[in-house]
Design a protein around this ligand. Structure first.
Ligand code: GAP
Length: 457
């Protein structure tokens, strides 16, 4: 199985549809909306928060919990500014920027095609390109002119500066990894595609330290593993591919990077970067801090500077990808349309909806009893507003895999109806045993993923 040449296959949702659904259903709100919003800044609503937790949990499970060779840390967002001098971000983390002399839009020079301003259409009317550093600055301390510092533009440096601390406290031998999930900040110039590129975002990054001789093998391994992870979330393989960076595209620290790319409606775009950072970062921090950041190999009695392979992905971008990939509009018998998000059960914000047939007083205690049984086991939502048909549509639209309906027969026979989102089939089952039945059904809705040997990169 190879994804390098995956055929382009259009997603059914465009950004406008997605932005509107996300707001209407409480996934993503424009930030500071009552004040007219704040460019490229978003707040996550109840369903968005649930989904982001699922994404983080899935990543942590795959990268830390299920492995013995990776440990986690949480480093500070604002660190000693020397960290960013050593990492190279102060000197080289910038984009070339121009101003349109007609409409005064500030644009990335490398995003301008055929000399035409994408905002106003004027041709060849730009200022000279200037380099614009993407790091957000702040001041630390109680006075306005306190010490200047930066909000981190990547979580990665937290792992490099803690390499020695982690290695010594865990006694890990090479190869081993350090993982972290947390917010990063960049003064991005072009921020157009909803939560695809924002100025505040959350990264899930892992630095895998290995012997230099093994680093290419590990790079290949991580490309395969990360592709498998995206499949495990349910992203359709035909919407994913791996693409190697050209030498001109490589970041200042990279010896080679492959991106996991997604075929979005606006073209292929980066979802995750898998970089071979060599020994760049450890050497830089050793030089700037004066500490020796080498590893003593007890097998060979030699000191080595480990090489690093880094899979790095954004929570926000994974969420957008999952929503766009899962979106479907189906025409039902009779001509009705239903909007469905075909989320995999582990990422769906709600796994099981509990729906009493009506708000009738006789039904409510039974429905609440069923809900009480389910809440400790699943992410649930109780919905009793409007007709049952409308409620099924609402649950389809937020991607809930299973609905449990409580009707008047439930009061007598203690059985409920399970309704499947994808097939819309309904089956009656006893409340006793309902948890196991739902678990089995959710398990059967999980994506099948290829073994690592079946993936070619
Ligand atoms: N430490 C390496 C690094 O930060 P990157 O390719 O710049 O590499 C890694 O970022 C991932 O973080 C990207 O693939 C993307 O998923 C996410 N990301 C980067 N910039 C982002 C932004 N402005 N908004 C949302 N996500 C972003």
């Amino acid at each position: 199985m190879t994804n390098t040449d995956a055929p382009a296959s259009a997603m059914k949702a465009d950004l406008e549809t997605m932005t509107s659904l996300a707001k209407r259903r409480g996934f993503v709100f424009p930030s500071s909306e009552i004040y007219g919003g704040f460019e490229a800044t978003y707040d996550y609503g109840p369903l968005g928060v649930a989904m982001r937790r699922n994404i983080r949990d899935a990543w942590w499970r795959a990268m830390v919990q299920e492995r013995g060779d990776i440990v986690g840390i949480e480093a500070a967002i604002v660190t000693a500014p020397r960290v960013w001098e050593a990492s190279g971000h102060v000197d080289v983390f910038h984009d070339p920027m121009v101003d349109c002399l007609e409409c005064h839009s500030r644009l990335r020079a490398d995003h301008i095609e055929d000399g035409t301003c994408p905002e106003c259409g004027s041709v060849g009317r730009f200022s000279e390109p200037r380099n614009f550093n993407l790091m957000m600055r702040t001041n630390v301390g109680p006075v306005e002119e306190g010490t200047p510092a930066y909000l981190r533009p990547e979580t990665a440096q937290g792992m490099f500066v803690n390499f020695e601390n982690v290695q010594q406290t865990t006694r890990k031998r090479l190869p081993f990894g350090i993982a972290q999930i947390g917010k990063s900040f960049r003064n991005e110039i072009t921020v157009k595609q909803f939560i695809f590129r924002t100025r505040e975002f959350e990264q899930m990054e892992m630095e895998f330290f290995c012997h230099p001789d093994d680093s290419m093998t590990w790079h290949v391994y991580w490309k395969k593993e990360r592709l498998r992870w995206h499949y495990s979330l349910g992203i359709r393989p035909q919407h994913l591919r791996l693409r190697d960076h050209t030498p001109e595209e490589l970041s200042h620290y990279s010896k080679g990077t492959s991106d996991v790319e997604v075929h979005y409606p606006w073209g292929w775009g980066e979802l995750e970067g898998i970089a071979h950072r060599g020994d760049y970062d450890l050497r830089q921090h050793a030089k700037f801090s004066g500490k020796s950041l080498s590893y003593f190999d007890p097998d060979t009695n030699e000191h080595v500077i480990p090489h690093v392979v880094e899979p790095a992905v954004g929570v926000d971008r994974v969420m957008l990808t999952l929503m766009m990939d899962a979106y479907d509009e189906e025409v039902l018998d009779g001509g009705d349309k239903r909007v469905v998000l075909h989320f995999a059960p582990d990422v769906a914000p709600v796994a099981v909806a509990v729906l009493p047939l009506s708000r009738n007083d006789r039904l409510v205690p039974t429905a609440h009893r069923v809900w009480d049984v389910l809440r400790p086991h699943f992410r649930t939502q109780y919905d009793d507003a409007q007709s049952i048909g409308r409620r099924y549509r609402r649950q389809d639209e937020i991607g809930t895999p299973l609905c449990v309906t409580i009707d008047f027969d439930t009061i007598d026979d203690d059985a409920v109806t399970i309704r499947d989102r994808d097939t819309m089939a309904q089956v009656r089952v006893p409340v006793n045993g309902l948890v196991d039945e739902l678990r089995t059904r959710l398990d059967s809705m999980r994506p099948q993923i290829p073994s690592i040997d079946e993936i070619e990169v």
